[in-house]
Design a binder for this molecule. Structure first.
Ligand code: COA
Length: 597
């Protein structure tokens, strides 16, 4: 079928549907919902069999839905309507939730239901639920709806009837926290319901801001912290601050300052940044409750190292759960130190776990943008330092010559984050993870992290260049087919740890383990003799220097648009194949069309 994905942006859910539908042989093109006339033009150009809307902020024009079946993905149970579906589900502590695929008609979210799926709720950020449970349910429901469409169904007659109801958009006033009365669970629910957007309106150190990135503090930590009243900020750990609640406390990691334009009497855009950066002086004066790298699993910290509990000390695990997968210069430096610590341990396998939602998304574009406004260094300088630090991490991983290294992707990886993963000897990824092995979407960035060494040796030179130019997301299945990834893992981000452990121990105990290490050493030495890693790095950085400091400002413009989430003015051609398409994508489309006709 010819399927047009009409969407506000190419977000993770849209990307997942894109890869799943293409994998099933459908011709999929994407159009951003910019204006009714643009949507109509896309429909005229592509002539789709049907339209799927995974992520919309406006209604589909009647001229489209009255002619074509348009299926809208709503992140709510049957009967639920309104723009804050997940937010309300979290705050109301729903035990199970779901996704409904309904047909667009004149009333928002009220059309006939084509399919639905449910899932048990988890205490987690809205964005994490969206990237995991909601995405899995949406894929299931969309595939079910497509099967009905293929079977000849054209319109479901039933109006919605289910347990859900209409709920208005959640207002900022409803998100506010009453620190003197609300329990930790209620505080966390409010913070989770507003993360990643719009954040909870509050104040830190007397300054109005929005709060993000919350984690429960353990009773042990609260007992160690100075006493105070609920709402007081009493300690710090890494980039976060500890704020007391009536019954315990929460760590708050990120904040967005409220900036007013007094002249226009409007809010100015501001950046979501680590609390330590936004309120540096006040943060620095707090008592530090940071933990050693090896600490209890129940304690929140960005970085954690542990070893398998078999007693044999065969496998070391290093988790680095950076918010949104973005890795600043300082985080890269901490990761390098953690890798050196891991190297000092007597293990046979080191597993790099990244975070639960993201393995890594490369350099920290928000912090780089913030540098532009601080004046101490330019965004170009900050980018330059950050990419060097990322390269240092990749080099640390490549330098493990005495044991096997594995990258285990429990969450999505993008740009430099993918190539960082490739620095390990083996790459495993959870089924359902999306990888974006390319840089060019960020203003034609060339990229570093030794990708010119790591990528071609896995997929060949031609495919490496196609991937870079194609700029498309890829499923784990496809990544395995082309050799980018070695194995897939079952389960969700937490349950897959068991399989990771089994595989890692098997690798450590493999009868040919010593031969593996021998081969690895020999290959690295031969590669180094053919072309030193330093040369790969230097060559990549020549391009990156041009991206950061050269005449062409594309990277700076793209970063600005990305961090401030500016609305799209057009759909890029590598996604909108009906508008010409990028070469590899268009060729693939034509080949598929030929095969089917
Ligand atoms: N730096 C800072 N923030 C980043 C980031 C990065 N490298 N990558 C992602 N984020 C943030 C986004 O701003 C967004 O923040 P918010 O929703 O909390 O405000 C959040 O992570 C999720 O990103 P989003 O784009 O909504 O996620 P997605 O799953 O839909 O898409 C990617 C994933 C990787 C395709 C997309 O995030 C991306 O292109 N990131 C940039 C990658 C990059 O160019 N890195 C630099 C080169 S190494």
């Amino acid at each position: 079928m010819r399927i047009l994905l009409l969407t506000h942006s190419f977000n993770s859910l849209t990307q997942r549907l894109f890869v799943e539908l293409r994998q099933r042989g459908h011709l999929v093109s994407v159009e951003f919902d910019i204006a009714d006339s643009v949507t109509e033009e896309a429909v005229a150009l592509f002539a789709p069999d049907l339209v799927i809307a995974p992520f919309l902020k406006r209604a589909i024009p009647e001229r489209i839905w009255s002619r074509l079946v348009c299926l809208v993905v709503h992140p709510g149970i049957v009967g639920d309507r309104g723009p804050s579906a997940l937010d309300w589900a979290i705050v109301r502590d729903e035990r199970s939730w779901g996704v409904t695929v309904l047909q667009a008609n004149g009333e928002m979210d009220a059309g006939p239901v084509w399919a639905s799926a449910t899932f048990p709720m988890r205490a987690a950020r809205k964005s994490s639920l969206y990237r995991n449970e909601v995405t899995v349910a949406a894929v299931q429901a969309v595939l079910e709806a497509l099967a009905a469409f293929e079977a000849g169904w054209r319109s479901a007659n039933d109006a919605q009837s289910g347990p859900g109801t209409w709920n208005p958009a959640m207002r900022q006033a409803e998100r506010g926290i009453d620190w003197a009365r609300e329990s930790t669970a209620a505080v966390l629910a409010k913070l989770h319901a507003a993360d990643s957007f719009p954040g909870v309106p509050d104040a830190l150190f007397g300054q109005p801001c929005r709060l993000f990135d919350a984690h429960a503090a353990t009773p042990q930590t609260v007992a160690r912290a100075p006493r105070g009243q609920p709402g007081d900020i009493v300690a710090r750990r890494e980039h976060a601050v500890l704020r007391l609640t009536v019954d315990a406390g929460v760590w708050i990691g990120h904040a967005k300052l409220a900036v007013r334009d007094e002249w226009e009497n409007t809010s100015l855009p501001s950046l979501k940044l680590p609390v330590a950066q936004v309120f540096h002086e006040a943060w620095a004066q707090l008592p530090d409750l940071s933990l050693p790298l090896e600490h209890d699993a129940g304690e929140w910290s960005e970085f954690r190292y542990w070893e398998d509990d078999s007693g044999a000390g065969l496998v070391g695990y290093l988790a680095f759960d950076c918010y949104n997968g973005a890795m600043s210069t300082a985080q890269c430096q901490r990761l390098c130190a953690a890798l050196r610590y891991a190297r000092g341990r007597q293990t046979r396998v080191l597993v790099l776990l990244g975070g639960e939602d993201f393995f890594s998304n490369g350099i920290h574009l928000h912090q780089i943008e913030a540098a532009e406004h601080r004046g101490a260094e330019s965004a170009a300088d900050a980018s330059w330092r950050n990419i060097q630090a990322m390269d240092d991490v990749a080099l640390e991983i490549l330098a493990f010559s005495d044991r096997m290294t594995v990258s285990a992707l429990r969450g999505n990886a993008g740009a430099g984050g993918v190539f960082l993963a490739l620095a390990a000897d083996q790459v495993w990824a959870r089924e359902g993870v999306l990888v974006n092995p390319h840089y060019k979407n960020m203003g034609n960035l060339y990229g570093s992290e030794y990708w010119t060494y790591l990528l071609p040796q896995r997929v060949g030179a031609q495919r490496a260049s196609d991937l870079m130019d194609g700029r498309l997301p890829m499923s784990v299945r496809r990544a395995i087919e082309i050799g980018l990834i070695d194995a897939s893992l079952d389960g969700d981000a937490r349950s897959c740890l068991a399989e990771i452990g089994r595989r890692a121990v098997a690798l450590a105990r493999a009868p040919d383990y010593a031969a593996h290490i021998d081969n690895k050493r020999r290959k690295r030495a031969a590669d180094e003799a053919a072309k030193p890693l330093a040369q790969y790095r230097e060559e990549e950085l020549v391009h990156m220097h041009r991206n950061f400091y050269g005449f062409d400002p594309s990277y700076h413009v793209a970063r600005y648009h990305f961090v401030y989430k500016l609305p799209h003015a057009h759909t890029p051609r590598h996604l909108a194949m009906h508008r010409g398409g990028s070469l590899p994508a268009a060729q693939e489309l034509q080949a598929l069309a030929g095969k089917r006709s």
